[in-house]
Design a protein around this ligand. Structure first.
Ligand code: ZN
Ligand code: ZN
Length: 262
């Protein structure tokens, strides 16, 4: 199967401290790979410096923004969209809404549940969704993020599959809640290529990708949702990494691709 795709809305830069390359390197790779639309969506800076080990500093924000502005001049053949990948929290709403989307004129924000609120603290979603309580916290947080209305789409909604091992009745219930919310709120969900580059997880049912988790997407077909296929590139050479396989998942389960108006 060879499915055509020419848009990728999820890429990073060296500023997040776990990616390589700058905006221009991703744009060059995008042109060489035949993309016509490229969204740059690095991990957002945060005013309170929370999780600063995996994101840019506030001082890097102007440089990030101007690197995208410059790329728009240098790569006229590419439509370049200015974005950020963001974790929802009530205290960040004004920064996201007024500063990023407002003052700095970002085109879009991607919502992602890399951390979940558990009790009075945050827990990493990577390796941290071990119990039913964690899974519920993940689903509720993802839904709350969608309800904020801040995000153009949600990155890897099935991220919990990296550490919640079994597709059991709890996984089904959490997934149904996420999918129902996405349908009701009209928020597209991302089938994420990076999950297929992370190495398999061992589960009682055998080895599988941490995400995309196939039964989640099979169930997504029951809902009136739309999907976005992205690479989540953290290296320029991964600019279209695993987008073919992600597109095949959408095709297999007859999921509708979203047309983003950004
Ligand atoms: Zn990242
Ligand atoms: Zn990302």
């Amino acid at each position: 199967m060879n499915i055509k795709f020419d848009k990728n809305y999820h890429t990073h830069t060296y500023r997040c401290k776990h990616a390589s390359g700058d905006v221009a390197d991703y744009c060059q790779a995008a042109v060489e790979s035949g993309l016509s639309v490229l969204g740059i969506s690095d991990h957002t800076a945060l005013p309170d410096h929370r999780w600063s080990n995996v994101r840019m500093e506030m001082e890097e924000l102007p440089g990030y923004s101007s690197a995208i502005d410059q790329a728009r001049i240098d790569f006229p053949e590419l439509t370049i969209i200015k974005g950020m990948e963001c974790e929802y929290a009530a205290e960040y709403v004004s920064f996201y809404q007024d500063t990023l989307l407002g003052e700095l004129q970002f085109d879009y924000l991607v919502g992602a549940a890399h951390y979940i609120p558990v009790g009075n603290s945050w827990k990493s979603s990577f390796g941290g969704i071990e119990s039913v309580a964690d899974l519920r916290a993940y689903a509720n947080y993802l839904i709350q993020s969608m309800e904020s209305g801040l995000f153009a789409f949600m990155a890897h909604p099935d991220l919990f599959g990296n550490s919640y091992q079994s597709w059991d009745k709890e996984a089904i219930a959490a997934s149904r809640d996420i999918l129902a919310a996405a349908a009701a709120l009209r928020i597209p969900l991302e089938i994420n290529g990076l999950g297929m580059r992370r190495g398999k997880v061992n589960t009682p049912q055998g080895k599988r990708n941490p995400y995309p988790w196939l039964p989640f997407w099979e169930m997504a077909a029951d809902y009136d949702i739309e999907v976005v296929i992205n690479s989540d590139a953290h290296r320029p050479k991964d600019i279209i990494g695993n987008m073919q396989e992600a597109a095949e998942i959408a095709e297999k389960f007859k999921l509708t691709s979203a047309v983003l108006q950004l």
